[in-house]
Write a protein that binds this ligand. Structure first.
Ligand SMILES: *Cc1c(COP(=O)(O)O)cnc(C)c1O
Length: 406
């Protein structure tokens, strides 16, 4: 164990002030537990924001990454990276789509998707392509992806925003039809199957099916941002698969490398041939370390049956939360417990940002999103006993907060 650390400054003098950080610094992890530099142990119900698919220090992942690091970390896209083909083949099989572009982060995957949609339009002779996006959506922090994001807080101070977006409410096909009526410039619809940062808001399966039909009728690309809800988190490889549909474009990142930055855009037949040499690129994307992390993450998920596990433990966790918060649900102070598998949101009737610190004090890592939604996105290896522990630590804090004066 490290020597006790006396005090962690609220801010780091040389690091830009972009996050309201808790005064906690992590030292190491094992499974779903993380230790801070003072030796305090936390149960990790956040998974580095839906990133640490296999938890920490996974006994199969770590030796594979060590092996890769000792061979080659980065080469560059002027040469073939054998595991790019292996990971692309795997993602194509799992998604029923056809080709993959690799990058390093979620926003980069989304940028590539937006470029694909625009070029799809230009190739059809549409000079000013427009893309349908949603209220409360989150797609990243670059200028284009924050313009697609439906959160004024993310956009404030960064205008002029990128144009060419039409914003509609989720789960309302009539509103979408009205907003695009007679508009020949629409080329794509872009959305999260379950909104993450926006408060764990699932798209209804019927809506997804109706939207698939509409995209086919109108020759629009259906682009599903699975950066947070994808990679097994909901109990299927990709959350849209619960609706039995296949998108045309699917950005991935977060959980894909189990902690190593890996992003990808998977494209179906309609979008797979849009980019030609010179249209798009990246220095880091698809590098040997990232690709090994992606290949091994999926291999271990398959070997260990983590999809079925995430579905089962997620249902157990949701049921546990519903039981522990039954009185609050009946009173309406907890409005809803939403989500699927190990992507759950507890929507409170009041802001609850203070819970992140209180939970950490109680040895539990969580996050709060959309001001009043407790977000649980733990590693997919979470056990039933650990799910019970989340309920036991978290629910009393929620009940107590709801009893406090506003
Ligand atoms: C986190 C997230 C992104 C942005 O990913 P970064 O890796 O932070 O750029 C985009 N879309 C969704 C749905 C996300 O959850």
């Amino acid at each position: 164990m490290n020597a006790p650390h006396p005090f962690i400054e609220a801010a780091s003098p040389h690091v830009m002030n972009t996050y309201g950080r808790l005064p906690i610094a992590m030292s190491h992890g094992q499974g779903c537990r993380v230790w801070d530099v003072n030796g305090k142990v936390y149960l990790d119900a956040l998974g580095g924001i839906a990133v640490n698919t296999l938890g920490h220090n996974h006994p199969k992942l770590v030796p594979a990454l060590q092996d890769q690091i000792s061979k080659i970390i980065h080469s560059c896209n002027y040469y073939h990276v054998p595991n790019q083909e292996a990971l692309a083949k795997k993602l194509v099989e799992l998604s029923g789509m056809s080709n993959v572009f690799f990058c390093s982060t979620g926003l980069e995957a989304n940028e590539a998707a937006l470029k694909l949609a625009r070029k799809y339009g230009h190739d059809k002779g549409i000079e000013r392509p427009e893309i349908v996006v949603y209220e409360k959506a989150f797609h990243g922090r670059s200028i284009a992806t924050l313009s697609a994001t439906g959160n004024p807080k993310v956009q404030a101070g960064f205008g002029p925003l990128v144009e060419g977006f039409i914003r509609v409410p989720i789960n309302n096909i009539e509103a979408l039809k009205a907003a695009t009526e007679g508009n020949p410039n629409v080329v794509a619809v872009f959305f999260e199957a379950i909104q993450g940062e926006g408060g764990i808001n699932p798209m209804h399966l019927d809506y997804l099916r109706d939207l698939r039909k509409l995209c086919d009728e109108r020759d629009w690309l259906m682009m599903i941002d699975e950066v947070q809800c994808g990679m097994g988190r909901t109990g299927k490889w990709f959350a849209h698969q619960w609706a039995g549909i296949v998108p045309d474009v699917m950005p991935l990142a977060k959980g894909l490398g189990s902690g190593v930055p890996v992003g990808a855009v998977v494209a179906g037949p309609k979008a797979a041939q849009i980019f030609q040499p010179g249209n798009h690129g990246t220095t880091f994307g698809g590098n040997p370390l990232a690709m090994r992390a992606g290949v091994e993450t999926i291999r271990i998920m398959e070997e260990d049956g983590l999809l079925a596990h995430a579905a089962a433990v997620g249902a157990h966790l949701k049921a546990g939360l519903e039981t522990a918060l039954a009185a609050e649900l009946a009173a309406g102070t907890v409005k809803e417990i939403r989500g699927q598998g190990l992507m759950l949101g507890i929507d409170l009737a009041k802001p609850c940002g203070v819970l992140t610190q209180r939970a950490a004090d109680a040895g539990l890592l969580i996050s709060v999103t959309a001001d009043s939604v407790v977000r649980l996105v733990p590693p997919l290896i979470l056990s039933r006993a650990e799910a019970d522990e989340i309920v036991a630590r978290l629910c009393p804090l929620i009940s107590a907060l709801l009893k406090e004066a506003p």
